[in-house]
Ligand binder design. Sequence first.
Ligand SMILES: [Zn+2]
Length: 247
Amino acid sequence: MKNNNPLVLRMDDVGASSKKFNVYSKSRLGNFLFLKRVKPFKAWGPYDEISVEQWKKIIELLSSYNFKLTVAITASWVDENNNLIPFPEKFPNQANLLKDAFKNEMIEIVNHGLTHCVVGKHLPRYFTSVRKYHREFWDWIPDDTQKMHLEESSRILKEWLGNKIDTFVPPGNVYSKYTVEALNELNFSRINSSVQLDCHYKNLKMIDEKNVFAFHDKDISILGIDWFKNQLIKFQAKYSASFLREL
Ligand SMILES: [Zn+2]
C-alpha cells in the first residue's frame, strides 16, 4: 500500500567523463594493458552518455508514472588533454532537453562536481587502477582548488539554466571539511551524501540517503530503459515522489 514516505530518485554522473576514463578492473591481472577494457575484467567504464532519444523516453516515463527525477550533473567533461568542456557545449542536445524538463519541474538538477576526477590523473593506466582519481573532493586536494571547482561548476550550471543550483552531491561520496566550508562560502543550501562528516555543516543542510534511491546513468546505459521503467513501477506504488529540495 502506498504511504506518504517520500522518495528521491537520483541519477548520478550525467556529463561526467569518468564513464570513458574510469577503466579499471577488480583483479590485478585485469589491469594488465588492454585486458581491462574486455569482459570479464571490465568493472566500470567505458559506457555511453545517455542519448537524446533515451532522455525523451525517460521524461515520458516520468510523466506516465507521475514520478520525479533528480539529475546529478557533472558540469564539465574532461578530455584526454585535460581540457574542460562545459556540459551544454559537450552535449548541446541533451542540455536543451534537460533544460526544458527542468523548467517544467519534471526533473531537479543538482551539482555533481566540475570534473568528477582529479584532472591530469584521470587517464587509464597500463598496470594499475585509476579508480581513486575518479573522485574530485579528496581531503588532499587544496582548499582553493576545491572552492574553484565548486564556483566554476555553479557558474556553468547557472549560465545554462538561468537558476542557481544550490544542492551538491559529492562524486563517490568523497568530500572533506574544506568542501563543506567552501559550500557555505558559496551559499549552497544542501549536500546529499551517504557519508556524514564529523564537522559543522553551518548553513548547509545535510541530507543522508535514507529517502534517496541513488543510481547511475550507467544503469540505464547498460540495463536499458525498461530497467528504469520497472523501478518507477515499483517506487510509485510505495512512495510519493520528491526532489531533494523538498525533503
Ligand atoms: Zn558520480
